[in-house]
Write a protein that binds this ligand. Structure first.
Ligand SMILES: NC(=O)c1ccc[n+]([C@@H]2O[C@H](COP(=O)([O-])OP(=O)(O)OC[C@H]3O[C@@H](n4cnc5c(N)ncnc54)[C@H](OP(=O)(O)O)[C@@H]3O)[C@@H](O)[C@H]2O)c1
Length: 308
C-alpha cells in the first residue's frame, strides 16, 4: 500500500510516497481502507521539527484523522463491522496519510450519513478539539458569551457552530476574508484582528477559546468576566492572572473519542453543523496541502482525497 512518510525534518519536499506492508489488526482494532485524510497544523509542525517528535522516531506516517471503510476486524472490535463507513481521530502511534490504517474501536464511529468521505475526514480532530475545549474544559452553557480566536480555521469553524448550537453568544477574531465566512456559520460578532484590537469592541466574555496563543491570549484577560475561563489549545494561560480574576486557565490536548464523534455526527446529520472543506489534494501532494495550510488564509479544512 502507499503511505506518505516523514524521513527527516524540513519543508514539504521531505515527505516521501513509500510502499509499505498492509497493517494487521490486533484484537481491539480494525483495518480501515482510507478514502480521505485531513491535514492539521500539527502535521506541518511535526514535519518541520516544531513538535515533540524526535529524529530517532522517524520515519513516521503523518495525519491525525481519516474517513474510510472497514476492511478487516480484530476479534474484540465489536462496535465496528466489515464494510462500515468510519471516521476517526487516530492515536499518536499511527498516521492517516496512507491507503490502509489501523483504527481502535474506541477511536472510530460510523461517519455521518449526510457526508461523503472527504467532508467526514475534515471532522474528527478539529471537531473533537472544539467540542472538548468548549464543553469538557470550558463548561460552556446556553446563554453564555464565548470569544473564539481564529474562528475561520479548522477548529474555529466547528467551535462557532457548536457554541451556536448550544445557545451561546459567539464573538470571534478572524482576518478580513473570514468575516463573511464566520457570519454565515452563525457568529454574532466577528472582529478583523488586523484592523481592530478585539478588546476595544468585545466585552463580558464567559469563555475565551484560544486557538492562537501569544499576545492574543495575553490580551484576552481584558475581555473576560470575573470568574470566567480561558481555554487554550496552545499554551498555558497565566495562573497568576486567573487567580486575580477568580478565573480558570486551562491548556489541553484533544483526545480520540468515538462517543463524542457519534454526538457530533448527530448534529451534522440534523443539519446543525457542517464541515467546510477549503481544498482537496491527492495523497501524493500531501506536502503541497500542508504548505497551503501553513501559508494561506484557509477557511475550514484541507483534505487529502485518496480517490483522486
Ligand atoms: N492542543 C490540541 O489538541 C490542538 C488540537 C488542534 C489544533 N491545535 C492547535 O490550535 C491551532 C488552531 O488549529 P486549526 O486547525 O484551527 O488551525 P488553522 O486551520 O490553521 O486555523 C488557524 C486560523 O487562525 C487564524 N489566525 C491567525 N492568526 C490569527 C490571529 N492573530 N487572530 C485571530 N485569528 C488568527 C488564521 O486565519 P488567517 O490566516 O486568515 O489569519 C486561521 O483561520 C493550531 O496552532 C493547532 O496546532 C491544538
Amino acid at each position: 500500500m502507499k503511505a506518505v512518510r516523514l524521513h527527516s525534518f524540513g519543508g514539504p519536499e521531505v515527505l516521501k510516497l513509500d510502499e509499505l506492508q498492509m497493517p494487521q489488526p490486533r484484537e481491539d482494532e480494525v483495518v480501515l481502507r482510507v478514502q480521505a485524510a485531513s491535514v492539521n497544523p500539527i502535521d506541518w509542525k511535526m514535519r518541520s521539527g516544531k513538535s515533540g517528535l524526535k529524529r530517532e522516531q522517524l520515519p513516521v506516517v503523518l495525519g491525525r484523522d481519516v474517513s474510510g471503510t472497514v476492511e478487516l476486524c480484530g476479534v474484540d472490535a465489536h462496535t465496528l463491522r466489515k464494510g462500515d463507513p468510519i471516521y476517526a481521530m487516530l492515536g499518536w502511534d499511527r498516521g492517516g496519510y496512507e491507503e490502509y490504517v489501523l483504527v481502535k474501536a474506541v477511536e472510530g464511529a460510523v461517519k455521518p450519513s449526510s457526508l461523503d468521505h472527504v467532508h467526514a475526514a475534515a471532522v474528527p480532530l478539529a471537531a473533537l478539539t472544539a467540542w472538548q475545549g468548549l464543553f469538557d474544559h470550558g463548561g460552556l452553557k446556553a446563554g453564555q458569551r464565548v470569544l473564539i480566536h481564529g474562528g475561520a480555521g479548522g477548529v474555529g469553524h466547528f467551535a462557532i457552530q457548536f457554541a451556536k448550537a448550544k445557545g451561546a453568544f459567539v464573538a470571534t477574531t478572524v482576518s478580513a476574508s473570514g468575516i463573511d465566512f464566520t457570519g454565515k456559520l452563525g457568529a454574532d460578532q466577528a472582529v478583523d484582528y488586523k484592523a481592530e484590537r478585539f478588546e476595544n469592541v468585545v466585552r463580558d466574555i464567559d469563555l475565551v477559546f484560544d486557538l492562537i496563543g501569544g499576545e492574543t491570549q495575553e490580551r484576552s484577560w481584558a475581555v473576560l468576566k470575573d470568574g470566567g475561563t480561558i481555554v487554550s489549545t496552545l499554551a498555558q494561560p497565566s495562573e497568576e492572572k486567573a487567580k486575580q480574576r477568580h478565573a480558570r486557565a486551562v491548556v489541553y490536548m484533544a483526545r480520540p473519542n468515538a462517543a463524542q464523534l457519534n454526538e457530533i455526527g448527530e448534529l451534522i446529520d440534523a443539519g446543525k453543523v457542517r464541515p467546510i472543506v477549503d481544498a482537496t489534494f491527492p495523497l501524493s501532494q500531501a506536502g503541497a496541502a500542508q504548505q497551503k495550510l501553513e501559508t494561506e488564509h484557509t477557511q475550514g479544512k484541507i483534505v487529502l482525497d485518496l480517490a483522486a
